[in-house]
Design a protein around this ligand. Structure first.
Ligand code: SF4
Length: 403
C-alpha cells in the first residue's frame, strides 16, 4: 500500500500498479490524489538565471545567494516531508534567516491554539468510531479533502456507529454558499453571510446558554438543540471560518466550552502543513513567522505577506510551495526584484520567476519520509518508483554544506 500526498488526509490505502518503473494505475485514490501520484506534467529542470545548469552548480549558486543576503527568508514547507522541514529549520538557524510557511495566511493560528491545548481535539479514527454529529464549518471537504466524508466521518460504519450516515450520524454544513459538502448535508445546511461567522457563533452561544438569540432565532435554536444532544461531536474548522473570525479564536474556544462533547479539528489542505507547524513549534514554541536572530523572534512582520508588503527580504528560498499562485499580485511584485530559489519537483508559477531552480524527487512517489496528518497522526510515505532526483531533504543538506 502507498500513501497519497494529495492532501492532509494522507490516505494510506492506495494501491499502485507499476510497470517498467512507471505508474500505470492507482486504486482507492480520489481524482486529485491519482493525479498527484502520477506526478508532474512539467518536470522542473536545474537552471541559473533561466539558463540550463546542473543540480550541483544550482545548489552552489543558491548557497551563494543565501550566504550573501542581508535578510533571507525560507518559505513553503507544506508539501515537504518532515525530514526536509527539520533541515529547513536548521538551515534558517544557520543563516539567521526568517522562516515561514503557508499556514501564516490560513490555519496557522488555529493549529497553534491546538498545540497549546486550548481546546479539545480528536483523531480521525475516533471520528469514524464514535462521532454522531459532524459540523463542517467554512469547509468544503468534499472538494478539498475528497475522501474525508467517505473514509472517516459521515459514510463509514464505526465501532459505535454501525448504521453510519443512514441512522447514526448527522452532518451539518455552516457556510456562505451551498458547497458540495453542504449538498450532502441536505436538511442541515445553515447559510451565513460572508464574514458572518462571529455573529453566528455569538447567537449559538446565547442559544446554548438558554437565551433567545437575537440573530435568526428559529434556525439557531434548532442547531443548538442538535449540538446539545450530540454524544460525540466534531467541528471541522475550515479556512472559511478561520478567515472570517480572524485572530479571535477565543470565541471558538468559548463555543467549545458550551458543548463539552465536541472536538475541534482544523481542516488542513496541503499534505504536511501541520507537520511544519509541529516541527517549528517543537523548536521555537511558534508554528510560523519566526526569525532566528541569535535568539528566536516571533513577529507578524516575519510572515511572507508582511515581508513582501514591507519589501523587507532580499532573498527567498521556496520549497514545497508555490506562493506566486496563491498570493495577490500586488504582493508578489516584490519577488521580481529579489533573488528567488525554488526547490520543487514540478514547474510552478514561482519556479518561472526564480533565479535558481533545483528539481527534487516527488515525495511519496519517488522518495519516502514522514508527514503529519490533519489530526496529528504521523504517517509514513513510501517510495513507489525509482528516480535519480535527490530528495528535498538531501538538497537542503547539500545547500547547508555549501554555505
Ligand atoms: S483524499 Fe487526499 S490523501 Fe486521500 S486520495 Fe484524495 S487527495 Fe489523496
Amino acid at each position: 500500500m502507498a500513501t497519497c500526498p494529495g492532501c492532509a488526509l494522507l490516505c494510506d490505502d492506495i494501491e499502485v500498479i507499476v510497470e517498467n518503473n512507471r505508474i500505470k494505475e492507482t486504486k482507492n485514490a480520489c481524482r486529485r490524489g491519482a493525479a498527484r501520484i502520477k506526478g508532474c506534467i512539467n518536470r522542473l529542470e536545474p537552471k541559473i538565471a533561466q539558463k540550463p545548469s546542473d543540480i550541483e552548480s544550482a545548489v552552489r549558486k543558491a548557497a551563494e545567494i543565501l550566504g550573501n543576503a542581508k535578510s533571507p527568508m525560507l518559505f513553503g514547507w507544506s508539501n515537504s516531508t518532515c525530514e526536509a522541514q527539520v533541515k529547513g529549520i536548521q538551515l534558517a538557524k544557520k543563516l539567521g534567516a526568517i522562516i515561514d510557511d503557508t499556514s501564516s495566511f490560513c490555519q496557522g493560528l488555529l493549529i497553534e491554539k491546538l498545540l497549546q491545548k486550548k481546546f479539545r481535539t480528536c483523531t480521525l479514527e475516533e471520528v469514524r468510531n464514535k462521532a454522531d454529529v459532524l459540523v463542517y464549518w467554512g469547509s468544503d471537504a468534499q472538494d478539498s479533502e475528497p475522501r474525508h466524508l467517505s473514509r472517516f466521518s459521515y459514510f463509514p460504519r464505526g465501532e459505535s456507529r454501525q448504521r453510519g450516515y443512514e441512522e447514526d450520524r448527522i452532518a451539518i454544513a455552516i457556510d456562505v454558499r451551498e458547497s458540495n459538502t453542504a449538498k450532502i448535508c441536505k436538511g442541515h445546511f445553515y447559510r451565513i453571510q460572508p464574514k458572518g461567522d462571529r455573529e453566528f457563533i455569538l447567537a449559538l452561544i446565547d442559544a446554548l446558554s438558554g437565551k433567545v438569540p437575537a440573530y435568526e432565532p428559529k434556525k439557531i435554536l434548532e442547531l443548538a438543540s442538535i449540538l446539545k444532544k450530540a454524544e460525540y461531536g466534531v467541528i471541522f474548522a475550515g479556512i472559511g471560518l478561520t478567515y472570517s473570525i480572524k485572530d479571535d479564536f477565543d470565541i471558538l474556544v468559548a463555543l467549545a466550552d458550551k458543548i463539552p462533547n465536541f472536538h475541534i479539528m482544523p481542516m488542513v489542505g496541503h499534505y504536511n502543513m501541520r507537520g511544519f507547524n509541529e516541527n517549528l513549534f517543537k523548536e521555537t514554541g511558534f508554528v510560523n513567522r519566526v526569525k532566528f536572530d541569535g535568539k528566536v523572534v516571533h513577529d507578524n512582520r516575519y510572515s511572507i505577506v508582511e515581508a513582501l508588503r514591507e519589501k523587507s527580504i532580499d532573498a527567498l528560498l521556496v520549497a514545497g510551495s508555490d506562493p506566486l499562485s496563491s498570493l495577490p499580485r500586488s504582493l508578489v511584485r516584490h519577488l521580481a526584484s529579489i533573488r528567488v530559489i525554488c526547490i520543487d519537483p514540478c514547474v510552478t508559477m514561482t519556479s518561472k520567476i526564480a533565479t535558481v531552480t533545483i528539481p527534487c524527487a516527488v515525495s511519496g512517489v519517488e522518495s519516502g519520509g514522514t508527514a503529519v496528518r490533519m489530526d496529528g497522526k504521523i504517517i509514513e510515505l513510501s517510495k513507489i518508483i525509482e528516480s535519480d532526483y535527490p530528495t528535498d531533504e538531501e538538497l537542503l543538506s547539500r545547500l547547508m554544506g555549501a554555505l
